[in-house]
Design a protein around this ligand. Sequence first.
Ligand code: ARG
Length: 563
Amino acid sequence: MKKLVVDVLEKALKKKGIKISREEIEEKIGIPPSQDMGDYSFPCFFLAEQLKDNPHQIAMELRDSIKTPKATDFDDIQTVGPYINFFIDRKNLARKVVWETISQKKTYGAEKIGKGKKLIIEFSSPNIAKPFGIGHLRGTIIGNSIANVAEFLGYKVVRINYLGDWGSQFGKVLFGYDKFGNEKKFLKNPIEHLYEVYVKVNKKIYEKKSSEWFKRLEDQDKSALMLWKAFRDSSIEAFEKIYKDLGVSFDEYSGESESVKRVNETMDELAKKKLIKKSKGALIVDLTKYGLDVCMMVKTDLGTTYALRDLSEAIQRYKKYKFDTMIYEVGQEQTLYFKQVFKILELMGYSWAKDCLHNDHGFYLNTKGKKFSTRKGQTVFMKDILEETKNLARKEIQKRGEKLKKEEIEKRALNVAVAAIFYGDLKNYRRSNIVFDIKKFVSFEGDTGPYILYSYARASSIIRKAKKQGEKFEITELNEHELDLVKRIYQFEETVVKAFKSLAPSMIATYSYELAKSFNEFYHSSPVIGSDEEPFRMALVEAFRITLRNSLNLLGIKAIEEM
Ligand code: ARG
């Protein structure tokens, strides 16, 4: 429908000799503050200078040149001051939108802009032998959503988890375990125990010893390797349990321990391309010319670096996947770092370096507004967060008084908890730091995941109660709530594309909330079952369910039928 507005404007503007693209026109089209001012409006201020006329005059002339468009498209086109207001044929819109939604179901809203293209997205990437804490949750949630969106839009998506399973922190864990470790404790609670020893040795006085241990590992010392493998295996096992609960999955687990195998090759290549310099016993790539400081490749103690491993990994990924785009969903503290990595790839002559991008995000703050820290041993474990959120969700569910089997309660509690956490995060723009406040996230009222799930369940209950389904409908009258809901449903496709273009799932989250709110207003004002409008309203409720379900899926949230 918006397209129709762009169509007529494009023609009219062309007649006036104005050069403007469809995209620009589309951007300028707004939605009037109230329905009696039309459905779309086009402001003419920006043309005043070029046409040397006042905006009101321009609006009238443009309106005149549109003449009478097809009656099935518009009810009316009016000018008000500098605006041209378009009244689309609302019943026609409602009919089309509802039918499209109901017939397309899962694919409703999926404009296949990614068809034939491959997108790699690396996200989550926790560090082994450090717990999966709250620090990696944001990237997990945002990355997962972007992957879902890309897939929905037709991209061939590869989800990679690049484990931090190598590097100097392993020196710490190995040394820590050697000094303070306890096998019994490790076998019982591996992650927690490794974290405990990590915190104990994460001190200046142990630095030398720790780096010696890392050196042993890099030299393939058998006992160091054996311990390392045990730590890695048990950590992955624990991560996978969490991912399963969160409904997140990966196509590939790679990790620094894999990329480290290729660092010699990469070093040779860097040297051949004259990119390596010696500096105080270390080997670096000097990027000061580009305002990007220097990037260390090999340390004074000959240990390899995170950066060198990332370069090796990126080169390998391109060989393997020939991607069109590769996204690194990683926190904003690594922004300079990724600029360095991409710059070095470019200097190495890889033209695909321009297709790599770091999609940065801010951190979580605790309810006191402070950053969570892993170093000082105050980390918040993912497992505990999920448990705590589930407990709150369970209480809310039981409050509703329905008699349910324990299994069913547990299933719903997990679903609600994940929705609470995911939505609590995703409703914020990714770059903002956000307060991680489980109590607020889990509330059934207000701008929360559970509120949205609840409106879905409500719609499902209407569908269940209806006697007849899938009936042909006719629209005699459209009230303002029906119209609002229709328009929201209609905006879904546009929202998804916009969200993808700015890699900002928050747009879809906000959309889901607005959609749910619109439905709730409709629900309170317009009875469905037994009303004269039952067939149409029923279809509208179903179209709403489909759209909200698709939208929530993109966020990584599963809609449930009952709550
Ligand atoms: N494991 C890293 C960390 O926790 C994040 C990895 C980011 N990805 C990368 N390719 N460097 O800080």
